[in-house]
Design a protein around this ligand. Structure first.
Ligand SMILES: C[S@@+](CC[C@H](N)C(=O)[O-])C[C@H]1O[C@@H](n2cnc3c(N)ncnc32)[C@H](O)[C@@H]1O
Length: 252
């Protein structure tokens, strides 16, 4: 009987550890543990993910290229860049000639990213920092990306706000600025991460409270939706104020 109890306890503890460390990747224990777990697996990350350039370029590269077409030298901030997946996709775009900032908390993930993007070292800057407190002033970056990472942040909704904060809004003078590309975890695993993932309608409600338009949530991978939206200046007053700053005459 004692042996049976022991077996049940081991099983339950095993399940709990699998849930917290494999599915949730330490997300409920804080950003430091998440980064540590990524550091431990950094060398194996790319082979575990089995990225294929062709599919990456189609699913991620093409929509990015469309949004960068009119601003081929725009700086892109990739938050939670990991091993440099998004920077590498951007550098494969023949139409894009801009610079990329790759930010991540895990130093060993950044080391792999630095190694794999060495051929583009003059177009990439890596920063070790936390996604919850981005080291940038507000409204400064024309495009921000953050793939497969929001659910691992201490507070995903605040993390989303932080991405939007640093985005430069589209304006009459910069109509192509303000694009955000990110992802939302879906599927059965998402249900095991309460407070970290959103149902599609919940995500739309959150996004609608932010100064965003053209909200597009697309099925992407079996465990992720992809999201595109554009930051814009919403109120008439704000538009007037900014037109003054930009010194345009067309609304006067
Ligand atoms: C699943 S990986 C995604 C990496 C990359 N975006 C991709 O799609 O391959 C999640 C990344 O988020 C990073 N990360 C998690 N929490 C973070 C935080 N609070 N601040 C910055 N990076 C964080 C991890 O270190 C890891 O590199």
């Amino acid at each position: 009987m004692n042996f049976l109890y022991l077996l049940i306890i081991v099983f339950v503890v095993g399940l709990f550890l699998y849930w917290q460390f494999i599915i949730a990747e330490g997300a409920y224990f804080g950003a430091r543990l998440v980064a540590l777990l990524y550091d431990w697996t950094a060398e194996r990350y790319n082979s575990l993910k089995e990225f294929e350039d062709k599919f990456e370029d189609e699913a991620i590269g093409e929509p990015l290229a469309n949004r960068l077409y009119q601003q081929p030298t725009a700086t892109v901030l990739d938050v939670a860049t990991g091993t440099g997946r998004v920077p590498l996709i951007l550098f494969r775009l023949s139409s894009y000639q801009g610079k990329v900032i790759g930010l991540d908390r895990a130093s060993k993930m950044l080391a792999i990213a630095r190694r794999d993007t060495a051929a583009y070292h003059n177009r990439i800057t890596f920063i070790q920092a936390d996604a919850m407190a981005l080291p940038f002033v507000s409204n400064c970056l024309p495009m921000v990306t953050c793939l497969e990472a929001l659910e691992f942040l201490p507070h995903p909704e605040k993390g989303l706000h932080e991405l939007v904060r640093v985005l430069a809004a589209s304006s009459p003078k910069t109509p192509d600025h303000g694009w955000l590309m990110t992802s939302n975890r879906i599927g059965w695993e998402a249900r095991l991460m309460p407070g970290k993932t959103w149902r599609r309608e919940q995500l739309v409600a959150i996004l609608n409270r932010l100064p965003l338009r053209y909200i597009d949530i697309l099925p992407w991978e079996t465990i992720y939706d992809m999201l595109f939206c554009q930051k814009t200046i919403t109120t008439y007053l704000a538009v007037l104020k900014c037109n003054d700053v930009w010194n345009t005459n067309d609304t006067k």
